[in-house]
Ligand binder design. Sequence first.
Ligand code: VGL
Ligand code: ZN
Length: 204
Amino acid sequence: MKALLLIDIQNDFVEGGALAVPNGREIIEIANRVMPKFDLIVATQDYHPADHLSFASQHPGKQVYDQIELDGLPQTLWPDHCIEGTRGAEFVSDLNCDRIDRVFPKGTNRKIDSYSGFFDNGHRQATGLGDYLKSKGVNELFLMGLATDYCVKFSVLDAIELGFKTIVMIEGCRAVNINPDDSQQALNKMRAAGAILVGTCAKQ
Ligand code: VGL
Ligand code: ZN
Protein backbone atom coordinates (compact mmCIF):
# COMPACT_ATOMS: atom_id res chain seq x y z
CA MET A 1 0.00 0.00 0.00
CA LYS A 2 1.34 3.40 -1.06
CA ALA A 3 0.91 6.62 0.87
CA LEU A 4 1.89 10.21 0.22
CA LEU A 5 3.52 12.26 2.97
CA LEU A 6 3.39 16.03 2.46
CA ILE A 7 6.01 17.85 4.52
CA ASP A 8 5.29 21.28 6.02
CA ILE A 9 3.48 22.96 3.11
CA GLN A 10 2.72 25.99 5.29
CA ASN A 11 2.47 29.73 4.71
CA ASP A 12 5.65 30.54 6.62
CA PHE A 13 7.69 28.32 4.28
CA VAL A 14 6.55 29.90 1.02
CA GLU A 15 7.15 33.33 -0.51
CA GLY A 16 6.05 36.04 1.92
CA GLY A 17 6.40 33.74 4.94
CA ALA A 18 8.68 34.11 7.95
CA LEU A 19 11.07 31.35 6.83
CA ALA A 20 10.37 31.41 3.11
CA VAL A 21 11.95 28.62 1.10
CA PRO A 22 12.96 29.98 -2.34
CA ASN A 23 10.30 29.04 -4.92
CA GLY A 24 8.38 27.10 -2.28
CA ARG A 25 5.04 28.04 -3.77
CA GLU A 26 5.86 26.14 -6.98
CA ILE A 27 5.24 22.84 -5.26
CA ILE A 28 1.57 23.50 -4.46
CA GLU A 29 0.43 22.74 -7.96
CA ILE A 30 2.57 19.58 -7.97
CA ALA A 31 1.07 18.38 -4.68
CA ASN A 32 -2.45 18.98 -5.95
CA ARG A 33 -1.65 17.07 -9.13
CA VAL A 34 -0.22 13.96 -7.48
CA MET A 35 -2.64 13.67 -4.56
CA PRO A 36 -5.39 11.90 -6.55
CA LYS A 37 -2.96 9.03 -7.26
CA PHE A 38 -2.83 8.04 -3.59
CA ASP A 39 -5.34 6.29 -1.34
CA LEU A 40 -3.79 7.63 1.83
CA ILE A 41 -2.36 11.12 2.26
CA VAL A 42 -0.74 12.37 5.44
CA ALA A 43 0.76 15.78 6.15
CA THR A 44 3.17 17.13 8.72
CA GLN A 45 2.74 20.59 10.19
CA ASP A 46 5.59 22.47 11.85
CA TYR A 47 3.82 23.89 14.91
CA HIS A 48 5.75 25.80 17.52
CA PRO A 49 4.86 27.66 20.72
CA ALA A 50 5.72 31.39 20.43
CA ASP A 51 8.74 30.90 22.72
CA HIS A 52 10.19 27.87 20.96
CA LEU A 53 13.90 27.50 21.62
CA SER A 54 14.76 27.05 17.93
CA PHE A 55 13.93 30.75 17.48
CA ALA A 56 16.89 33.16 17.48
CA SER A 57 14.61 35.62 19.29
CA GLN A 58 14.81 33.42 22.40
CA HIS A 59 18.60 33.72 22.62
CA PRO A 60 19.74 37.30 23.26
CA GLY A 61 22.89 38.12 21.29
CA LYS A 62 22.33 35.30 18.80
CA GLN A 63 21.29 35.69 15.19
CA VAL A 64 19.22 33.77 12.72
CA TYR A 65 21.20 30.83 11.27
CA ASP A 66 23.66 30.81 14.21
CA GLN A 67 24.42 27.32 15.51
CA ILE A 68 23.98 26.60 19.19
CA GLU A 69 23.66 23.54 21.39
CA LEU A 70 20.19 22.89 22.76
CA ASP A 71 19.78 20.23 25.40
CA GLY A 72 22.82 18.41 24.06
CA LEU A 73 21.81 18.64 20.40
CA PRO A 74 23.15 20.91 17.65
CA GLN A 75 20.52 23.51 16.77
CA THR A 76 20.31 26.03 13.94
CA LEU A 77 18.52 29.20 15.04
CA TRP A 78 15.58 30.25 12.90
CA PRO A 79 13.38 33.29 12.56
CA ASP A 80 10.12 32.94 14.52
CA HIS A 81 7.96 30.72 12.29
CA CYS A 82 4.94 28.42 12.30
CA ILE A 83 3.68 29.70 15.64
CA GLU A 84 0.63 27.80 16.85
CA GLY A 85 -2.64 29.47 15.96
CA THR A 86 -1.12 31.90 13.43
CA ARG A 87 -1.68 32.13 9.69
CA GLY A 88 1.98 31.29 9.10
CA ALA A 89 1.41 27.85 10.59
CA GLU A 90 -1.58 27.08 8.38
CA PHE A 91 -1.29 25.05 5.22
CA VAL A 92 -1.00 27.16 2.07
CA SER A 93 -4.57 27.96 1.11
CA ASP A 94 -4.25 26.71 -2.50
CA LEU A 95 -3.25 23.27 -1.27
CA ASN A 96 -6.11 20.85 -1.67
CA CYS A 97 -6.36 19.97 2.02
CA ASP A 98 -9.66 18.06 1.63
CA ARG A 99 -7.63 15.11 0.44
CA ILE A 100 -5.41 14.95 3.53
CA ASP A 101 -6.45 12.06 5.80
CA ARG A 102 -4.46 13.04 8.85
CA VAL A 103 -2.14 15.82 10.01
CA PHE A 104 0.80 15.27 12.36
CA PRO A 105 2.01 18.42 14.17
CA LYS A 106 5.66 18.52 15.24
CA GLY A 107 7.95 20.89 17.13
CA THR A 108 5.28 21.52 19.76
CA ASN A 109 7.69 21.02 22.68
CA ARG A 110 9.49 24.32 23.38
CA LYS A 111 12.72 22.61 24.35
CA ILE A 112 13.44 20.47 21.30
CA ASP A 113 13.15 20.91 17.56
CA SER A 114 11.62 18.33 15.29
CA TYR A 115 12.64 18.31 11.65
CA SER A 116 11.43 14.78 10.99
CA GLY A 117 7.72 14.07 10.91
CA PHE A 118 8.37 10.86 12.86
CA PHE A 119 10.53 11.87 15.86
CA ASP A 120 12.02 14.95 17.50
CA ASN A 121 15.66 15.71 16.71
CA GLY A 122 16.88 13.67 19.68
CA HIS A 123 14.70 10.66 18.72
CA ARG A 124 13.28 10.99 22.25
CA GLN A 125 9.61 11.12 21.35
CA ALA A 126 7.60 9.80 18.41
CA THR A 127 4.81 11.82 16.78
CA GLY A 128 2.72 8.72 16.08
CA LEU A 129 3.16 9.01 12.31
CA GLY A 130 5.13 5.77 11.98
CA ASP A 131 2.59 3.72 13.94
CA TYR A 132 -0.27 5.32 12.04
CA LEU A 133 1.21 4.42 8.64
CA LYS A 134 1.94 0.87 9.78
CA SER A 135 -1.60 0.49 11.15
CA LYS A 136 -2.88 1.42 7.67
CA GLY A 137 -0.69 -1.21 6.02
CA VAL A 138 1.58 1.31 4.29
CA ASN A 139 4.85 -0.12 3.04
CA GLU A 140 5.72 2.41 0.31
CA LEU A 141 5.99 6.04 1.28
CA PHE A 142 6.25 8.88 -1.25
CA LEU A 143 7.40 12.21 0.14
CA MET A 144 7.48 15.80 -1.07
CA GLY A 145 7.42 19.21 0.55
CA LEU A 146 9.54 21.77 2.38
CA ALA A 147 12.36 21.93 2.99
CA THR A 148 14.60 19.44 1.17
CA ASP A 149 17.59 20.12 3.42
CA TYR A 150 15.73 19.93 6.76
CA CYS A 151 12.32 18.43 7.25
CA VAL A 152 12.18 16.40 4.05
CA LYS A 153 15.66 15.00 4.63
CA PHE A 154 15.12 13.96 8.24
CA SER A 155 11.67 12.53 7.53
CA VAL A 156 13.12 10.47 4.69
CA LEU A 157 15.99 9.14 6.82
CA ASP A 158 13.57 8.11 9.59
CA ALA A 159 11.14 6.54 7.12
CA ILE A 160 13.95 4.35 5.78
CA GLU A 161 15.02 3.41 9.28
CA LEU A 162 11.43 2.44 10.10
CA GLY A 163 11.43 0.05 7.14
CA PHE A 164 9.33 1.90 4.57
CA LYS A 165 10.27 1.76 0.91
CA THR A 166 10.90 5.50 0.64
CA ILE A 167 10.50 7.50 -2.54
CA VAL A 168 11.39 11.20 -2.71
CA MET A 169 9.55 13.18 -5.38
CA ILE A 170 12.27 15.73 -6.01
CA GLU A 171 10.25 18.02 -8.31
CA GLY A 172 7.96 18.52 -5.35
CA CYS A 173 10.71 19.61 -2.94
CA ARG A 174 12.47 22.95 -2.43
CA ALA A 175 15.46 23.74 -0.17
CA VAL A 176 16.39 26.55 2.23
CA ASN A 177 20.01 26.38 0.96
CA ILE A 178 21.77 28.36 3.69
CA ASN A 179 24.81 27.05 1.78
CA PRO A 180 24.18 26.79 -1.96
CA ASP A 181 24.80 23.05 -2.19
CA ASP A 182 22.73 22.01 0.85
CA SER A 183 19.99 20.71 -1.40
CA GLN A 184 22.38 18.49 -3.37
CA GLN A 185 24.06 17.26 -0.19
CA ALA A 186 20.68 16.38 1.29
CA LEU A 187 19.65 14.45 -1.82
CA ASN A 188 22.98 12.60 -1.83
CA LYS A 189 22.52 11.67 1.81
CA MET A 190 18.97 10.43 1.25
CA ARG A 191 20.04 8.36 -1.76
CA ALA A 192 23.00 6.89 0.12
CA ALA A 193 20.66 5.87 2.95
CA GLY A 194 18.45 3.96 0.52
CA ALA A 195 15.87 6.47 -0.72
CA ILE A 196 14.65 6.25 -4.29
CA LEU A 197 14.68 9.67 -5.98
CA VAL A 198 12.11 10.30 -8.73
CA GLY A 199 10.69 13.39 -10.43
CA THR A 200 7.01 13.26 -9.63
CA CYS A 201 6.23 9.86 -11.05
CA ALA A 202 3.93 8.27 -8.52
CA LYS A 203 3.63 4.93 -10.26
CA GLN A 204 6.76 2.85 -9.75
C1 VGL B 1 11.86 23.47 8.84
C2 VGL B 1 13.51 24.75 9.76
C3 VGL B 1 12.78 24.90 10.91
C4 VGL B 1 11.35 22.66 7.67
C5 VGL B 1 11.12 23.59 10.00
O1 VGL B 1 10.13 22.47 7.55
O2 VGL B 1 12.20 22.24 6.84
N1 VGL B 1 13.04 24.03 8.73
N2 VGL B 1 11.59 24.32 11.03
ZN1 ZN C 1 10.33 24.81 12.69
